[in-house]
Design a protein. Structure first.
Length: 132
């Protein structure tokens, strides 16, 4: 039950409860745990890994904005955004494409993960369109 999972999570922070939560509740938990710029990542990578994919558009875009706010944060890139190609919400594709197209983002430590997410989603969209 979604309500029960959210209530238990507030007391135990057990990542196994994340898939049982409603998307809005899960997003609230994850967004509250999202580390600030250049902060210790703490348990956030494990929380994100336990969240069902694809993530919501708001979560996907918040993760990317965090990467843009700390362009030299290699720990965030390697421990958080490496999951972006698999986890990004399909509805975030235009946002991701705009981020990757901006030449100012090319030096970002997360750029390769962002570009791969765009490639994966473009490929998936092409396959979907070809066979629908």
């Amino acid at each position: 039950d979604e309500v029960w999972a959210a209530a238990l999570f507030r007391h135990s922070a057990d990542v196994a409860l994340l898939p049982a939560m409603a998307e809005a509740q899960r997003d609230a938990v994850l967004l509250a745990a999202l580390p600030g710029r250049k902060a210790d990542l703490g348990p956030f990578p494990a929380l994100l890994a336990a969240a069902p994919k694809p993530w919501s558009r708001s979560l996907t875009e918040a993760l990317v904005r965090r990467a843009l706010a700390a362009p030299d944060d290699r720990a965030y890139a390697s421990r958080v955004l490496r999951a972006l190609p698999e986890g990004a919400a399909p509805a975030s594709a235009p946002f991701l494409e705009a981020v990757v197209a901006d030449p100012g983002n090319r030096g970002n430590a997360s750029f390769d993960h962002l570009a791969l997410a765009v490639t994966v989603h473009s490929f998936s969209r092409s396959i979907w369109e070809a066979f629908s």
